[in-house]
Design a protein around this ligand. Structure first.
Ligand SMILES: C[S@@+](CC[C@H](N)C(=O)[O-])C[C@H]1O[C@@H](n2cnc3c(N)ncnc32)[C@H](O)[C@@H]1O
Length: 332
């Protein structure tokens, strides 16, 4: 598979046009407004190009991080054969999924024809037969939507564009049709709230959380705090122009969950995982001082605590030193 950055550089205009600049500003205003857009945000070719240039590399990287938690499961059992991507837009999740499971057959549902059209062009240029075989379907998710069955369903940066009622229905439909579900939202209080609402439905349906939570009890974060992670991406020249940005990189903050259906929890790979020693989740950038590493951890008991690991602890210290925000860390 070719690099997404190279394909974007070849497919999109080399320099920001007035139309893509205006579209990027409009998209930014929509996403910053903190409420679901009244009409589709990606409404024409210029806004699809702007989205692909300044959002898609970041959403793809965030989804890839979330999906990485499924690698141990699908190393020991059959990898996903079918992948459904809801509100898939220009195909960020398809690129992320095919980077890990090239044999998957993907299907993208989205209400924006310009986003789907650009997604198809990018996938065709990927040099990857599986990715190019993706089906792109114009579909508006609405109350009562039923979904096709899939081994893996991804829902990235979509729930915030729906009313809370419709978002709940969409998650419910995923739980009825899929075996594994990955949801990614912006790493903001609002994105976290959407993930938390989905988490309640997931647990109420008897599904098991694989990540990021190491427990299935109430989220222990204090009011005003929100669970989110970060991934660094390089900005292209067009990306920098559209954002009037100088730095060559940016950090995408995201909230997410990955969950498996009860029947998947019984397969050998999943049971093996369940038998592994419990692990906590690192919730912040570790703080390092001379001979000490301080980790903020969400624990298997459903608590948040700070652990200070000192050099005297030998292997645990070396492990802590190599641990990053978002990683797991042995609970004991
Ligand atoms: C922020 S974009 C996310 C695109 C892609 N999933 C990603 O992570 O980059 C939201 C996408 O959801 C689509 N969308 C919004 N409401 C929708 C609906 N009711 N049914 C289907 N697609 C919808 C939009 O057209 C847009 O492509």
């Amino acid at each position: 598979m070719r690099e997404l950055a190279d394909v974007l550089r070849e497919t999109l205009p080399g320099r920001a046009t007035d139309a893509t600049r205006r579209s990027a500003e409009a998209l930014r205003d929509t996403y910053r407004s903190g409420s679901a857009p009244a009409t589709l945000a990606i409404a024409d070719a210029a806004s699809a190009a702007a989205y692909a240039a300044y959002r898609m590399p970041a959403t793809r990287a965030a989804i890839a991080r979330a999906l990485a938690s499924l690698v141990p499961l699908w190393e020991t059992t059959d990898p996903p054969r079918t992948h459904l991507d809801l509100g898939g837009g220009t195909g960020a999740a398809v690129w992320a999924a095919h980077g890990l499971w090239p044999g998957a057959r993907s299907r993208v549902l989205d209400a924006s024809e310009p986003a789907l059209a650009l997604g198809r062009r990018l996938a065709d240029a990927s040099g990857d037969a599986g990715l190019a075989a993706t089906e792109w379907e114009l579909t508006r998710l609405a109350p009562g939507t039923r979904l096709p069955n899939a081994d893996l369903t991804t829902v990235s940066y979509l729930l915030g564009e729906l009313s809370p009622e419709l978002a709940g229905e969409v998650v419910g439909a995923c739980l009825a049709s899929s075996r594994v579900l990955a949801i990614v939202e912006p790493g903001t209080p609002r994105g976290y709230a959407a993930v938390l609402a989905a988490r309640e439905r997931v647990l109420a349906s008897g599904w098991r959380l694989l990540a990021p939570c190491p427990h299935a009890t109430r989220c222990p974060l204090a009011p005003g705090d929100w669970c989110h992670f970060s991934v660094r991406i390089q900005r292209s020249a067009l990306h920098r122009q559209l954002k009037d940005a100088e730095l060559g990189h940016e950090d995408e903050k995201f909230s997410y969950l990955v969950a498996i259906a009860p029947e998947v929890a019984g397969v050998p790979g999943a049971e093996q995982r369940a038998a592994e020693p419990p692990e906590s989740r690192v919730l912040r950038h570790p703080l390092t001082r001379k001979g000490l590493v301080q980790l903020r951890l969400c624990t298997p008991e459903g608590t948040v605590r700070d652990e200070i690991v000192s050099k005297r602890q030998g292997p645990r210290y070396r492990l802590a030193r190599d641990t990053d925000w978002g990683d797991t860390f042995p609970a004991t």
